[in-house]
Design a binder for this molecule. Structure first.
Ligand code: SF4
Ligand code: SF4
Length: 418
């Protein structure tokens, strides 16, 4: 008598629709693996690399875990997170859960983000003391925060309830530090100027230890373009650990005509100790992708600027800062989407290495926003949410993630999603 196959574990049994969708993604990607390169590098060469940015300062481990799970199933190449051990653990846990649903899923590279000085806007947190707030404030800070990082409650003072007499109450709560990623939108809306931004620099010793972990594959160094000394010092502090990672990214703003000279100085600093791949993140309008269509213009302009300068340093180039669902169309209009040639030139000027001018796109605020909509639908009584415990929500989040990742990757209409 034939043996009865064992039933699938409960997690797998409840995810038939998710498995069907993510398996289509996995098969499509498996068929595209290229040559001797790691799949992530093959994606950069083709121009279809996608990175999820969890946020250099975003440290809510529960959200980071769920985001990592969903975007791993959607097929991102890399997940960029805060250089913090618990956040790195959360990213890897999300990837592990994705692998338990689709064993053939390609694990994205895990990247930690650091800064070389405190002027980079990604490395700050909002702060205020709610005791200093007028009790009748309409709390515009709470409404404007895209990360739900401000939570305020009116409380009674001396037995009177603030709802009936707000001037005799007070506010409690404030900024949820682990959720604040420093976007700064709360700062100008406070009518009483109570909110301040506190900047910081990631500790290089802690970062060096993270780089030695097997579950960290890449580092990104944010620099402001205001000088190279701090970059030099930080780079030297990584001399013992930098070659444990496969990819070194440098994130920088467009500083005009001197941008390429600045990048070439940075490359000269890195080159003696650079054994893996390197990437330049063209940071257009930081932390603004969720605002709307226009936010993506600056990063695409930055890409056009870079493409026009033949003396730019070696490495892959990737967009970030204001990226959203409009970015691909803008890049196509500029003739830079997966283009191997300079726009407007003849094919005889094709780049000899056959590497796309723009290797791909990183999505941050917009990627988090579209998944956040689904996460917020899960009833609050579930406390710390594991999205895989809610298969319908996981499927919805995966479909949203695919709407962003799919156009870059060129996924065909997935039969499982029809
Ligand atoms: S800086 Fe941005 S993320 Fe942080 S509390 Fe203010 S609005 Fe929210
Ligand atoms: S807007 Fe300003 S004063 Fe009002 S609750 Fe927020 S921080 Fe306090």
């Amino acid at each position: 008598m034939a043996a009865v196959p064992a039933p699938p574990p409960p997690l797998l049994a409840s995810h038939a629709a998710v498995r069907a969708t993510a398996s289509d993604v996995s098969r499509f990607r498996g068929a595209r693996l290229a040559g001797d390169h790691p799949p992530q590098v093959a994606a950069l060469r083709r121009g279809d690399w996608v990175k999820l940015i969890c946020g250099a300062s975003f440290e809510d481990a529960a959200d980071v875990r769920n985001l990592s799970l969903v975007y791993t199933l959607a097929g991102v190449d890399c997940i960029d997170c805060a250089a913090d051990a618990s956040v790195v653990g959360a990213v890897n846990e999300g990837i592990d859960v994705a692998a338990s649903i689709i064993p053939a899923v390609q694990r994205p590279w895990v990247m930690v983000s650091v800064n070389d000085d405190c002027r980079d806007l990604h490395f700050r947190k909002a702060e205020f003391d709610p005791e200093d707030c007028p009790p009748d404030c309409s709390k515009p800070c709470e409404k404007v925060c895209p990360a739900d990082a401000i939570s305020l409650e009116s409380i009674m003072v001396g037995g009177e309830h603030t709802r009936s007499d707000p001037l005799h109450g007070k506010l409690k709560g404030g900024v949820l530090t682990e959720r604040c990623y420093g976007c700064g939108r709360c700062l100008p809306v406070c009518p009483y100027d109570r909110i301040r931004a506190v900047s910081y620099v990631r500790d290089p010793i802690t970062t060096s230890e993270l780089l030695k972990r097997n579950d960290v594959d890449a580092i990104e160094i944010h620099t402001t373009g205001k000088g190279t000394d701090t970059f030099d010092a930080l780079w030297n502090s990584f001399s013992e650990s930098i070659n444990n990672v496969k990819l070194v990214a440098v994130s920088l703003p467009d500083i005009g005509e001197s941008t390429v000279d600045f990048m070439n100085v940075l490359y000269a600093i890195m080159e003696p100790h650079l054994q893996g791949y390197n990437l330049w993140q063209l940071d257009g309008r930081p932390m603004s992708g969720d605002i709307g269509r226009g936010a993506t213009r600056e990063t695409v302009s930055f890409a056009i600027h870079m493409a026009s300068v033949p003396e730019r340093p070696p490495g892959f180039y990737q967009l970030a800062g204001g990226t959203n669902s409009y970015t691909i169309d803008c890049l196509k209009k500029a003739g830079l989407f997966q283009s191997m040639t300079f726009p407007g030139t003849t094919t005889s000027e094709t780049i000899s290495s056959q590497q796309a001018l723009i290797g791909g796109i990183a999505y941050g605020g917009y990627a988090r926003k579209i998944i956040g909509r689904t996460l917020r639908k899960i009833p609050a009584q579930f406390g710390r949410v594991h999205i895989e415990d809610h298969p319908d929500h996981l499927l919805e989040a995966l479909q949203d993630a695919l709407s962003l990742v799919g156009p870059v990757k060129g996924y065909p209409a997935l039969s499982s999603m029809k």
